[in-house]
Design a protein around this ligand. Structure first.
Ligand SMILES: [Zn+2]
Length: 417
């Protein structure tokens, strides 16, 4: 996803290239790195860094603060050669990525600043079943928020509960989302309503893939060379990340780990396959093991089973069984992909925290012998509910923080808001 531009040849290209690199480093560092630290990280000359920072500030892309925006008041900013060095941070009129976490029965819309600071703007619940209705609601809210942020909006990222191929939902959880082109239905390229059509691309990705991307950039998988991330909800999805980049397959739809027969069985699955792992280790599996109906808000009911396991022996037994199935599948995937660590979000994190011994028993049982002395760590998510949203915002910033993306950022006097 993130690509360095090919070699810059002219001095103008080199400058644009370095501006993008510096801005990416500010973004990646979450607005916590001083100018001196960024200069070192990018191997820039101090004078060059000063000029670049001044230009980015002049274009209202960053603002240099005396200390990190989110730092506690008593943190001292390091000094270089006796002089204070500022902290390049998000500009108050700087770029904003809008992000949407789309679910069957609800959606969340948030705005992300350059440094990753997130403000949740809208949360809307809806009766399950009408996918078209949810999308219409999302489009309406997006139109309002684009107008609110005006020229600051550089794109919209959308996390969807479906494998995504070329921007389309290819096998979504709701039938009326089948083959829907997300950008086409949420697009804001409308002249007469006051939008100027410059609010950047609309980029869609699978929710579990984006949750993993977010953990690699800002969460528990940061700095992990090869990471496997698993997100368990009604189904199980995830992503393999190599050097922080998702391995998304030939068509962009890799990571459907829930639809592998990792724990045996021959039951047909909603996906068209049989014996899928998510039938044993997802929310459905947990509800079935606890003898509960699989209707309604399955995630909520599954969470209730996990909470009840502390006092109810039936729920405890169900949790232990499903947690072990989760662990067995993780072991099989680790055998296949040799990650350094495994991130867990959604119900996977909750099950691991509630029944770590059962997950580990399943995990060690299926791991090949040579891996057992040092099994890859299982790491519960630190981003939680914000994972998919954060990943969606990263899609937008990956597209924006390039020489080409920045070229579209208007000079301060040309902005609409
Ligand atoms: Zn399946």
């Amino acid at each position: 996803m993130r690509k360095d531009e090919s070699a810059a040849t002219t001095s103008a290209e080199l400058r644009a290239h370095n501006l993008a690199r510096l801005l990416r480093a500010v973004h990646g560092g979450g607005g916590q790195l001083t100018r001196a630290e960024l200069t070192r990280q990018l191997s820039l000359a101090r004078g060059t860094a000063t000029v670049l920072v001044r230009e980015l500030a002049g274009r209202e892309l960053i603002e240099e603060l005396a200390s990190p925006a989110d730092a506690p008041a008593d943190i001292k900013v390091p000094r270089t050669r006796g002089r204070p060095t500022g902290v390049p941070s998000a500009h108050p009129r700087g770029p904003v990525a809008l992000a949407v976490d789309l679910r069957d029965d609800s959606f969340t819309l948030a705005a992300f600043e350059l440094t990753g600071r997130c403000t949740v703007l809208d949360r809307q619940e809806r009766e399950a079943g009408s996918g078209t209705g949810v999308l219409a609601d999302v489009a309406a809210r997006l139109k309002i928020r684009r107008r609110q942020f005006g020229g600051r909006v550089v794109g919209t990222g959308v996390a969807v509960p479906s494998p995504v191929s070329h921007g389309q939902m290819v096998q979504p959880t709701l039938s009326d989302w089948q083959d829907v082109d997300v950008a086409a239905v949420l697009g804001g390229r409308i002249g007469e309503d006051g939008l100027d059509g410059d609010e950047g691309p609309i980029l869609a990705g699978n929710d579990a893939t984006l949750a993993g991307l977010a953990e690699a950039r800002r969460g528990v998988l940061r700095g992990v060379s090869v990471a496997l991330h698993l997100h368990v909800a009604t189904g199980i999805g995830g992503v393999l990340l190599s050097g922080g980049l998702p391995v998304t397959g030939a068509h962009g739809s890799a990571g459907e780990f829930g639809h592998m027969p990792l724990t045996g069985g021959s039951e047909p699955c909603r996906c068209g396959s049989v014996g899928c792992w998510e039938l044993d280790a997802g929310a459905r599996g947990l509800l079935r093991a606890a003898g509960q109906p699989e209707e309604g808000d399955r995630m909520l009911h599954a969470e209730q089973v996990i909470a009840a396991a502390a006092t109810d022996p039936g729920c405890a037994q169900a949790l232990a069984r499903v947690a072990e199935a989760l662990g067995r599948g993780i072991g099989a995937l680790v055998n296949a992909q040799d990650p350094e660590a495994v991130g867990l979000s959604g119900l996977a994190a909750e099950m691991y925290q509630a029944a770590p011994a059962a997950v580990r028993a399943g995990y060690l049982a299926t791991l090949m012998r040579f891996r057992r002395p040092e099994p890859p760590a299982l790491l519960p998510s630190t981003l939680g509910e914000l994972g998919a949203l954060t990943g969606a915002s990263e899609l937008v910033f990956d597209a924006f923080l390039t020489a080409r993306g920045l070229g579209a950022w208007p000079a301060p006097e040309q902005k609409t808001a």
